[in-house]
Every structure is written in C-alpha cells, then in structure tokens.
Design a protein around this ligand. Structure first.
Ligand code: GLC
Length: 413
C-alpha cells in the first residue's frame, strides 16, 4: 500500500455527502418503499432508465447550501468532505463535457456542486474529496450493475467513453483534489483498476484513493459500510458510516444514531488506527435533515474541548481486558481514557507506563491517580473521576506518561 498523506492520517474524522436524483424519491417510488439503502432505489425497484431520468426535471437543489454544510462539518470537528460527484445512478453533480446527464445541463438547478464544494472547503480550511462510482453506472448499458454479470457488455467502452474522461474532469477542473473515493469495483480487472490509478497519480499525485478502487490498489483499506475492525489494524483504514441506516435520504428511516453512539464509534476507530467518514444525506431540496444537524453539532461540542484525544492519535496495542465503560486513545506521551458511563472512579489494570499527571481534558481539572501493584503482581491505577457535566457524553481523562508509547502488560495470573 502507498503512504497516504500525513494530513489524512491525522484527520481521523470526515464527512461523506450522498446527494443525487435518488434524494428526490426519499425512499419511495410510485407508492412503493425501498427496503434497502435509498440511493439504490433505481436498481432495487427496477425503475426504467427513461422514467428515472425524468427526475432531473425536478432537481432544483434550491436548499443545497454547500457553504453551510462545510461549516457544519467544520463545527463537528471534521477535517475533510467527500461528495458524490456521480453515484451508481449515473447523474453527475458537476459540469461535465462528457455527458449531458448532469446537475448543470439536465436539471433546473443548473449548478456545479463540485465547484461549490471546492470553494466551501477552501473557505473552511477543509480537505476536498469526491466520490465517483467507477464500476456501476445504471444509466450506461456497458457499465456494471449488481446481480448482472459482465457478459454481453463492453465495459471498456464505458471506461474509455465515460468513466476515465469524467474522472479526468474532476481531477483537472477543480484544483487540488485530496481524496478520490471509488466504490463497488465488482467485475473490474486489475488492468482496469490500474488505468484509473495511473490517471489519478499522473494528474494529481497527492490525491489519496479509497480501497474500493478494487484489486488491492487503494492507498488505504476501506472497511465494509458501518463495519469496524475488531482489533487494531496495522495499516491505514477508513470506516464509511451512516447516521441512520441509509446514505441517500430516506424519509422513512427514523433510526438516527445518538451522539454517544457516534462518539463511541469514533473513539474505537481511531484507537484501532483508522478514520471515520460519517455521512449526511440531504433531502431532495438539498436541506440537511435536522436530526443529522443536531447530532453533528453535539459531536462538535465534544470535539471542540476534546479534539486532542482524537486528532493525530496512533494505533494502540490490544488492552488485555474487555472494559465496557471506556476506551483508550493515545498519542506521544499521552494516554486518553474515554469514559462513556457515569462512574465515580476508574480502576485499570496492566498499564505498564509511569503516569506523570492526570486531568480531565475538557477543562484541565487535576485528578488523583493512585498507582499500586496488586497481590497478583499486576500494576493498577485508580483514578477518581469528577462529577459529569450534564452534556458530557464521553468524559475524557488525559494521563501524561513518562514514556512516548503506551505499553499494556500481560496478565500475570
Ligand atoms: C456502498 C453502496 C453505496 C454507498 C457506499 C458508501 O458500497 O453501494 O450506495 O455509496 O457504500 O460506502
């Protein structure tokens, strides 16, 4: 695997945006609801291409404010944004010379959202990424489609006539592209994936490519959607995740995760060495669902005070015990204990480091840490925890160490 840029390794938290014609359907077509992720509705409900294309006539995106979204991402503590420049449906959200099926030419919106996002990211100081569905394109008869093999198709024709030219456009027309997020490689051969990689590295040598380019050619490993590695992972990885159960907007999905659930995932992911790419799915009009805004703002309040326990942290070794009330993150000379339950004290065994100072990260309040060796010969720490603030979902305790790296010792018994 290549080395992703340092900024990406330190960023830890980014925003995914899924927006397209499917957002207008909001999970329902002609009275029938989809049971799958909403951006797959064209495929899952077998909507004929000619009918699906008509959705573009209603695509005004009148409430899509990418400046406000970038600001929301920044407030939430996210460091990069990845927007669907073209999803599996085939409709592009930018001004493409290759196809007229775009938000610029085929829809009343007449806007280039990639350009708008580029500007918004620059304004907020965020890194800029684009998703591009390189294999599936349900509008192009030669591209891949789940459940249908490559037989009878000329995938190379699609690759040469739409995919590579469109990727060239997003790599050349919008300045520095920091991440190219490719997806569902399906039947693509190594040679085909490689033709994309070569193009990216030639036009934007600093652009990072997601693991889903296929054939092991990504710059980092992309996990399954909403799946976290169970253990610390030795390489770079990213977990793409939803806030409810869909990427594209679905009006019938009320299963919003809480800030506590999101922060728990974030902490687990960064302690295992990865990044968390959390999605919002704007409604057809472009408005961001209120539930997403609220939860991201709550996460942002945590990040503002406790960001030091997330950004630039490194992979931890496996802690020998399964504690269900807390998790660790760490960076040079610091161990952070994230306490998710209301507790008066934290009792920890088998940390071999020498603690120098212990305090609550959000306000620097000094805490007492008592070190002891148990009768079994294991080291133990007892930390007296302060009463929780009303909005303190994750109470972060910073323990400064005499050593640079955290060492967990094996259980002696
Ligand atoms: C899946 C889906 C897709 C979604 C993506 C996000 O692979 O096909 O709809 O964009 O995951 O990770």
């Amino acid at each position: 695997m290549n080395t992703p840029q340092l900024w990406w390794r330190e960023a830890k938290f980014g925003m995914f945006i899924h927006y397209g014609l499917y957002s207008l359907l909001a999970g329902e077509y002609k009275g029938k609801r989809t049971e799958n992720i909403a951006e797959w509705i064209m495929h899952d409900l077998d909507i004929p291409k000619e009918d699906y294309r008509k959705l573009a006539n209603d695509f005004t995106a009148k409430d899509l404010d990418l400046k406000a979204i970038a600001h929301l991402a920044k407030q939430a503590g996210m460091k990069y944004i990845v927007l669907t420049s073209k999803h599996h449906e085939g409709f592009a959200l930018y001004d493409s010379k290759v196809s007229d099926y775009t938000s610029m030419k085929a829809a009343p919106s007449k806007r280039d959202f990639v350009r708008e996002l580029r500007e918004a990211c620059t304004q907020e100081g965020l890194h800029f990424g684009l998703y591009y569905s390189q294999a599936q394109d349900w509008d192009d008869p030669d591209a891949c489609r789940d459940g249908f093999g490559p037989e009878g198709k000329d995938f190379d024709a699609y690759l040469q006539n739409k995919c590579l030219p469109q990727i060239t456009e997003i790599l050349t027309n919008y300045g520095q592209l920091d991440v190219l997020w490719l997806d569902t490689p399906m039947y693509m051969t190594t040679e085909q994936s490689k033709s994309i990689k070569d193009l990216v590295k030639r036009l934007q040598p600093n652009c990072i490519i997601s693991g889903r380019i296929g054939n092991g050619l990504g710059d980092y490993m992309t996990t399954g959607d909403n799946f976290l590695p169970a253990l610390p992972y030795p390489g770079d990885f990213e977990v793409p995740a939803t806030i409810n159960n869909t990427w594209g907007y679905n009006a019938f999905d009320p299963h919003w995760k809480s800030a506590k659930q999101i922060l728990k995932s974030l902490v687990k992911i960064v302690s295992r060495g990865g990044n968390y790419l959390l999605n919002i799915g704007p409604m057809g009009s472009g408005k961001v669902p209120e539930a997403s805004v609220e939860v991201l703002q709550e996460v942002g309040k945590f990040m503002e005070k406790n960001g030091d326990s997330i950004y630039g942290t490194k992979t931890l070794p496996i802690y020998p015990y399964d504690i269900d009330w807390g998790y660790f993150t760490a960076k040079k000379g610091k161990l952070f204990l994230h306490v998710f339950e209301n507790k008066e004290q934290a009792y920890l065994l088998n940390i071999a480091n020498k603690p120098i100072r212990c305090y609550r990260l959000s306000d620097g309040m000094s805490l007492t840490l008592k070190e002891r060796v148990t009768c079994e010969g294991d080291s133990s720490w007892l930390i007296k925890l302060p009463p929780r603030e009303a909005d303190e979902v994750d109470q972060v305790i910073c323990i400064e160490l005499a050593e640079d790296d955290v060492v967990f010792e094996p259980i002696r018994g």
